[in-house]
Each structure stands twice: as C-alpha cells, then as structure tokens.
Design a protein around this ligand. Structure first.
Ligand code: SF4
Length: 477
C-alpha cells in the first residue's frame, strides 16, 4: 500500500535568508491585516509547525485568539490517538457555524490527519477550503490565494524526500500566550519523520521516513533564536538522537549538541525524544558532561514487559532501558527522567502490566505521560486481537497514573530546601508581576514576589521553598 498520495498542486517556494528573517519587521499597521487563528492538537512537533505557520502567514495575516475574529482558521491535527480525529470533526462543526455568519472565512486542515486523509477530508468535513500535509506548510499562502481567486478547495499532500525550507524564526505574536510571543525557549526542528516501525504508531505513515536537516541550517536558526532573545533551545525530532544518520557525510546527534552548545548566547539545550535503541556511550558522556545540556531526559518506555515491547516492535528490551538509566544516574545522580506509557496494548496481561508498575518503582520517573491503547487504522497493532476490555484498560491507566502521582510528589519534595538555577521563561500565571522559570531538570518554579532587575531570559539562583502538585515554589537568592 503506498504511504503517500499524489501531488495535487504546484506552488512556489518561500525564501528563507537568515538576514531577511532577522530584519523582517513588517511596518504595515497590524490592524489592516485580517486575522488568522490556528487550533493545534497533538505533539510538540505540531506546536512547532503551528508557530511556523504563523510565521509563514505573518505578511498577510495577524494572529488572533479566537476563530470568530479570524478570516483564516487552520486546524492542525493529530492522528496518534483516536481522540485527535474526533476533535477535528467537532472543531469543523464549530467552524461551519462561524462560516455561515462570515462567508469570507476560510477553513484549512493540516497536520497528520490531513496528510493521511487528503482529498477525502473535503467530503468528510463540509466547508473545508484547504487541506495540506505535514510536508507542505510553505504552500499555504499560495493555496489561500488560489482559493480566494475562486479556485475549488485546494489539497496539497505532496510527500517530499528533501527538507522543506520554511522561514527561519517564529512570529512575534502568539495568541495562545496573551498575544506576545515568548522567545526565551526556542523549539527547533532537526529532523522529520521516523524510520522505526512501532506497531501502534501512524507517524511513519503521516510524516514519512526520517529526513535530517542540514547542520548549518540548524545552527543558523539557533543563532536567529538567540538574536531574538532565545536562551533555551529545544531540539525536536521523532527519534531525535538518530539525527544525521541519513546525511552525507554522517553527523552524529552528539556532534550536533556539541556544535549548538558552542553558539554564544545559548544557555541551555533540551531535546525530545531520544529513542533507547540509539543511545550509546558517547551520548551518555555528552549529556553528563556538557554543562549546557539540561539534566533531563524524556525517553519513552511504553511498557515494562519485554513480551509487550516485542509486540510493539520497540527495538529495545527492559534490560537495555534500565542500563541506560543506571549509566545516566551513575554519572548525574540528579538527572530527571520522564517517559511515556501505553496501557492495555493488545495482549497485555495482568502480569505484563505489573512489570510496567515494577519498572516505575525502579526508575522513579519524575513524570510520565500515559495513555490507554487505541488502535490506529493502518497500523499492525490495529489488526491484533484486543483481549482487554475498555473498562480494564481504563482501570489499569488509573492505577498507573495514581502510582505516578505518588512518585512524582516524592520527587518534587526532594527539591524543597535545595538551591537550583532557574531560567526565567514566563510570567507567573497567578500574578503577572512575578515570574516563573524552569530548573535544568525541567520542573517549573514559580516566584511569589516580584524581583527588581529580573526579566524574561534571566538565569538566577533560587532557593526552593515549597511545592505544589506539579510545580515548585522558590525565591531568588
Ligand atoms: S519511534 Fe515508534 S512511536 Fe516514535 S514516531 Fe517512530 S514509529 Fe512512532
């Protein structure tokens, strides 16, 4: 079965010169531009694509915080879980109503569901003007233009083997953050797609095989991010640590970390998500010794049972995962470890599930994201007989999440009384006069009083004075 549909439209590529991006301040009054609203579902990659779309569209549109203020609404979809697709269809219903009140409004669907469904979405989702895939963000202005000129609904789900060039940097306005974009943390995509074939996952189909971005391009975007106030760089990829294996000559992820850490102004580097299969000694060495690389690894485990890992086609086993954790903690005892679990995978017995709980006791994850298995059409796991009832799945999920809460509380508690370095990256949501930031281990620290001289991007020493359910409370020392 072919993974990608045919090319449907042809349009021109956007320019992306570094200098252009740095100097690109649009002098036309914002008020004259129509609004664009993007609703985003799914992972960090989708969040990143949304920020890029705002950037791509900033010449013609200004971001707004509600769809009823927009002339262009984009829905950035996720198909990793069934819920994501349901959310798309309910959002389309909502947009149809708005469209009947504002016939000029245009609605587009992008992201993984768009890539997967293509033209079929025009039939399933009445009122859709544009459908564009995960490799076609740069086509949006042309698709919008064609539609405005009276062309029929536009579909672009071209699969590309090269890296799609997008404008560097991000838009200055971000309606999801009270209007002003916060550039302290910059998400930078280093690779796209995935060469693994986990049996439950649709990503290799929707985002294609892995394509690494040129090292020099990544460095260029990091420099722009720093120029705009970026202090913390978050590198994004489906299996971020297999970066560069497809480049010629090959570049290792560790080399990339090393190069980025040498860029002036970069204070911290994070990345998500590494795959256990590609973690080797040089990686452990780098994350334990490079002072700019944060003391936090988010490494998806999915299950503590070898039998289930095999059925999931995860190319590592429990012992390998535990060995990585052991090596990391031996070098950096306060390294924070976070993970993902899938509960109720087809064939998961009570004993398999207990092994997931057991590994939680061993590792003491600082945080875990957990989900009940839901079959995704087109994946091998969707064809596996599901022997577990939905009720049992949800019950297991509750047990696992309750256990995680207990572990997490204890992990947070350990910080109380300690001093840690905090990068200020936002305002305290409860009190705009105060700031919040993150420690290297990725826990959020809220300050409860305003401090003279602090600003977004400040790196300060803080004493942790208390904790809430998921966050820490601190004062500057
Ligand atoms: S590593 Fe597995 S779960 Fe992650 S994107 Fe690739 S196929 Fe999906």
């Amino acid at each position: 079965m072919p993974r990608f549909r045919a090319i449907i439209v042809k349009v021109t590529r956007m320019s992306s010169s570094c200098e252009n991006e740095i100097d690109r301040t649009d002098s036309s009054p914002e008020k004259t531009k129509p609004g664009v609203y993007i609703r985003t579902f799914g992972c960090a990659m989708n969040e990143h694509d949304t920020q890029k779309l705002y950037k791509i569209l900033e010449k013609d549109y200004q971001p707004v915080d509600a769809p009823d203020k927009a002339e262009l609404v984009l829905i950035n979809t996720c198909s990793v879980r069934e819920k994501g697709e349901q959310k798309l269809y309910s959002t389309l219903g909502e947009m149809r109503e708005l469209k009947s009140a504002n016939p000029n409004m245009m609605v587009g669907v992008c992201g993984c569901v768009a890539q997967q469904e293509g033209e079929a979405l025009l039939k399933k989702g009445r009122g859709v003007d544009l459908v564009f895939g995960t490799h076609n963000l740069s086509l949006v202005p042309s698709l919008v233009q064609l539609r405005k000129q009276g062309a029929p609904p536009q579909v672009a789900i071209n699969y590309r083997e090269d890296w799609e060039e997008l404008p560097l940097g991000f838009a200055d306005t971000d309606p999801s953050k009270n209007g002003k974009a916060n550039h302290v943390t910059a998400f930078i995509s280093i690779s796209r797609g995935c060469n693994k074939s986990c049996s439950y996952c649709i990503v290799p189909t929707t985002r294609g095989p892995e394509v690494s971005r040129a090292l020099t391009e990544i460095e260029r975007e990091v420099r722009i991010a720093v120029h705009r106030g970026g202090r913390e760089i978050v590198l994004l990829g489906q299996t971020v640590n297999s970066y560069g294996l497809d480049l010629s000559p090959r570049v290792s992820f560790v080399h990339l970390l090393d190069r980025i850490s040498q860029i002036d102004g970069v204070e911290r580097i994070r990345f998500t998500s590494p795959h256990p299969q590609e973690i080797r000694a040089d990686f452990i060495e780098c994350v334990s010794t490079n002072p700019k690389v944060c003391r936090h690894i988010h490494m998806p485990l999915q299950s503590g049972s070898d039998r289930i890992l095999k059925l999931m086609n995860r190319n590592y086993r429990r012992a390998k995962y535990l060995k990585i954790i052991e090596d990391l903690k031996a070098r950096v005892p306060d390294m924070a470890i976070t993970t993902d679990f899938i509960v109720g995978f087809p064939g998961e017995t009570e004993e398999d599930f207990q092994q997931s709980l057991e590994i939680m006791d061993i590792v003491q994850f600082d945080l875990s994201y957990s989900f009940a298995f839901s079959p995704r059409p087109g994946t091998p796991a969707a064809l596996m007989p599901e022997l577990i009832t939905q009720e049992d799945k949800l019950q297991r999920l509750q047990i696992l999440q309750a256990k995680q809460e207990r572990i997490q509380s204890a992990r947070l508690e350990q910080w109380v009384g300690k001093t840690a370095e905090v990068l200020i990256d936002n305002h305290n949501r409860m009190d705009e006069r105060c700031f919040q930031g993150r420690i290297s281990q990725n826990f959020v620290v809220n300050f409860t009083q305003p401090y003279e001289g602090l600003s977004l991007g400040s790196l300060v020493k803080a004493k942790i004075t208390g904790r809430k359910r998921y966050t820490l409370v601190g004062e500057v020392v």
